[in-house]
Design a binder for this molecule. Structure first.
Ligand SMILES: Cc1cc2nc3c(=O)[nH]c(=O)nc-3n(C[C@H](O)[C@H](O)[C@H](O)COP(=O)(O)OP(=O)(O)OC[C@H]3O[C@@H](n4cnc5c(N)ncnc54)[C@H](O)[C@@H]3O)c2cc1C
Length: 288
């Protein structure tokens, strides 16, 4: 199917993009990598009056680091992230999650800002943003604001951002040196969206867990931070029983729906199995 008719704009600056979004009063969409938006247009699941193509705004594509944070311009491609030495050294969980995103051609076009703004609860980047407690910077007619992951995702494919706001930057705290990490996922075929995915980061000191970060994708309307499961590890350590208890708690915390791909019960089962696997694999790469 072909998309419905739309006006097309390719602004050269962020200010111009915001002005265009404002002009259409909520009836325009940002076009980033197009890997989710174009299929939705072709299936006529969305019918915006206009597309605001931000691909020519060079100021939106960068990776910058400081002592504590890695900042990504919203138009940074997933492929760039996959091969970034900065990401490999300071955000290896994000690099691992990137390899689960679709296939190479999709990652060559798809962007970090688009993946997060799209807010698919099964997607990997929103889960990593949630696990690591990252944030996005959005620019709208009233200026810029920072929205933390916990305040960003509202429900399926919906964020708390206004229709005239553009995601300009995604910020993730650098992982502590030596932290263990793993992104475990189950999908029917390689490259499909996850039935369930688990992002894990574990900071250990011997048998003690000094910080655990766990988040689930595909197990509810938004990516879910599994705080009560993290607390079990931080309190009881990293032995087999504590890991089993954390995995069981994770399965209680999620609120999956049944759909054509899997039942809610199966997704809960996957949450338990994948949480256990993610914690155990994270420990194999933890060097602290
Ligand atoms: C076959 C296939 C398999 C895929 N598998 C996966 C997968 O396994 N995991 C996964 O995570 N993704 C998957 N994707 C989706 C892919 O990762 C997309 O790149 C991503 O979801 C959207 O990023 P994009 O840059 O292409 O955004 P677009 O498709 O251009 O936009 C998506 C939405 O976000 C909005 N948007 C985009 N950028 C901004 C911005 N800067 N500010 C405000 N709003 C913005 C758009 O208006 C639109 O509503 C798959 C896609 C395909 C086609």
């Amino acid at each position: 199917m072909k998309p419905p008719k739309f006006d097309y704009h390719a602004p050269a600056s962020i200010d111009e993009a915001v002005a265009l979004l404002q002009r259409y009063g909520g009836d325009a969409k940002v076009l980033a990598g197009g890997q989710s938006l174009m299929p939705m247009l072709n299936f006529r699941l969305t019918r915006p009056a206009a597309l605001v193509d931000v691909n020519r705004i060079a100021a939106l594509a960068y990776i910058r680091e400081d002592d504590s944070t890695i900042a990504f311009g919203a138009m940074t491609r997933q492929r760039t992230i996959e091969f970034s030495p900065v990401v490999a050294a300071r955000l290896p969980l994000l690099r691992e999650a990137t390899r689960w995103v679709g296939h190479l051609p999709i990652r060559s076009r798809g962007t970090i800002g688009g993946s997060i703004a799209h807010a698919d609860p099964s997607a990997e980047y929103p889960a990593v943003l949630t696990a690591l407690d990252g944030a996005v910077v959005a620019q709208g007619p009233r200026g810029r604001r920072t929205v933390k992951a916990g305040d960003l995702f509202e429900t399926y494919l919906t964020t708390t951002l206004a229709a005239d706001e553009v995601v300009v930057e995604v910020r993730l705290p650098a992982m502590p040196a030596g932290a263990g990490y793993a992104f475990e996922e189950f999908a029917r075929r390689h490259g499909d969206f996850a039935l369930v995915g688990i992002a894990a980061m574990i900071v250990r000191a011997g048998g003690r867990c000094t910080a655990a970060r766990l988040a689930a994708a595909g197990a509810g309307p938004v990516p879910l931070r599994l705080r009560a499961a993290e607390e079990i590890l931080e309190r009881d350590g990293l032995g087999e029983a504590a890991i089993e208890a954390a995995a069981a708690r994770a399965a209680e915390l999620v609120q999956p729906d049944s759909d054509v791909h899997a039942s809610a019960d199966y997704r809960r089962h996957l949450t338990r199995v994948l949480t256990g696997r993610a914690i155990k694999r994270a420990l194999t790469v933890a060097t602290a």
